[in-house]
Design a protein around this ligand. Structure first.
Ligand SMILES: CC(C)(COP(=O)(O)OP(=O)(O)OC[C@H]1O[C@@H](n2cnc3c(N)ncnc32)[C@H](O)[C@@H]1OP(=O)(O)O)[C@@H](O)C(=O)NCCC(=O)NCCS
Length: 175
């Protein structure tokens, strides 16, 4: 896969933050972040499928570069289906949390999706995941319903969250 460089480059601490498409070479770090972040991490084969075989999938990373060393700080997978973008997963490496990397990665995904014709965004989040719910609400998502007992490990409900209109005005506001 060709290297598709950043939509946004920004400073993080004393390093540089880049948002770009995920590559095969990123998988080891992406999987490590997934495993640290979720009680039901994806199988490795799911990331490989999303990266190499799913045409609707856009896989993202946030990469931090400090003194010439690069490290993946966050990852996300989004599915673009007609005019909708579904955020399938998003996670930030624990030591990089609360640095606005999650929200910036999500904004980068929404911008990219809007440029490809998406007008709505959609996701599921665990009811108890207050940090993520707060991030989505902050970016304009609204809680639109529940899927009862959605998560097989705890039988927890999923909250459905929608972003009704992704347009130039929203992206300007997010900037
Ligand atoms: C949810 C997650 C992606 C947020 O990433 P992050 O980079 O730490 O979040 P940001 O620094 O961009 O925060 C953006 C906003 O989210 C909210 N937020 C994030 N973490 C929070 C926390 N621990 N407690 C309360 N609010 C939080 C805040 O509103 C924050 O805005 P503020 O800094 O102005 O208060 C990260 O906590 C994570 O990877 N969690 C584990 C995986 C996960 O739950 N993914 C979501 C699945 S649906």
């Amino acid at each position: 896969m060709s290297r598709r460089r950043s939509l946004i480059d920004q400073a993080v601490g004393n390093g540089r933050l880049t948002f770009r498409r995920m590559e095969q070479a990123d998988l080891e770090q992406v999987i490590a972040i997934d495993q640290k972040s979720f009680t039901l991490p994806w199988p490795v084969s799911s990331f490989q499928y999303e990266l190499a075989h799913n045409d609707t999938s856009r896989c993202w990373v946030a990469e931090v570069e400090i003194e010439g060393k690069r490290r993946i700080a966050a990852m996300a997978v989004a599915w673009l289906i007609l005019d909708e973008v579904h955020i399938a997963t998003i996670a930030v490496e624990p030591e990089y949390r609360r640095m606005k990397i999650g929200q910036k990665l999500l904004i980068a995904i929404l911008k990219d999706a809007q440029a490809s014709g998406a007008r709505h965004a959609f996701l599921e989040v665990r009811e108890t995941n207050l940090a993520a719910r707060k991030m989505y609400l902050k970016l304009g998502f609204e809680e639109a319903g529940k899927r009862p007992h959605y998560y097989s490990d705890t039988q927890e409900d999923a909250i459905l969250m929608n972003l009704d209109t992704i347009d130039a005005a929203l992206l300007e506001w997010l900037d």
